[in-house]
Ligand binder design. Sequence first.
Ligand code: HEC
Length: 164
Amino acid sequence: MRLAVALAGLVLVAACDTGTTQRDDVSSTRVVQRPYVPVPPGTIARGAAAQNAALAPPGPEVSPDLVARGEERFRAFCSPCHGLSGRGDGTVVSRGFPPPPSYHEERLRALSPEQIVGVITHGRGRMFPYADRVLPEDRWAIAHYVKRLQAEDGAPPRQGAMSP
Ligand code: HEC
């Protein structure tokens, strides 16, 4: 009787082993085919590789839509400190926050869109990074809007009067 149980056990173990090997054989020869799924427009790319790709210069093509998006994002995320015209006179500053430098200073006028994207991503001095709140594409949009503000001497571009 004992022997029978032991034998049965052996047979079971052996059966399991064969099963595993067979499964391995099968899965290693199976070709995994993933259907091609087109990325729907407006999809937000996630993951480090996608983020880096989106941050790589020269960034998205400058268009009136991009600059308009930048204006909207700038008003939401940057103007509280930098002011609507970028002179460093936002509402937070009037409540005691250290004033940022004016975008219209010579040194900041010389910043490239790429450098502005870098400031948004990594912060600078007393300014916190905004990487967790502003999407890479939107950082480019904001950077181009800041360049536009500088070119227009702080007068917010008139709607419809923006050329790419
Ligand atoms: C909470 C206030 C605050 C907000 C919001 C803010 N900034 Fe700043 N920013 C600052 C301060 C303060 C400095 C000066 C930092 C320093 O030199 O210590 C600064 C500096 C900068 C500079 C100049 C960097 C340099 O080279 O000296 C740029 C460009 C800039 N900010 C862009 C932005 C953009 C774009 C946004 C919106 C995404 C933004 N900031 C949001 C406070 C802010």
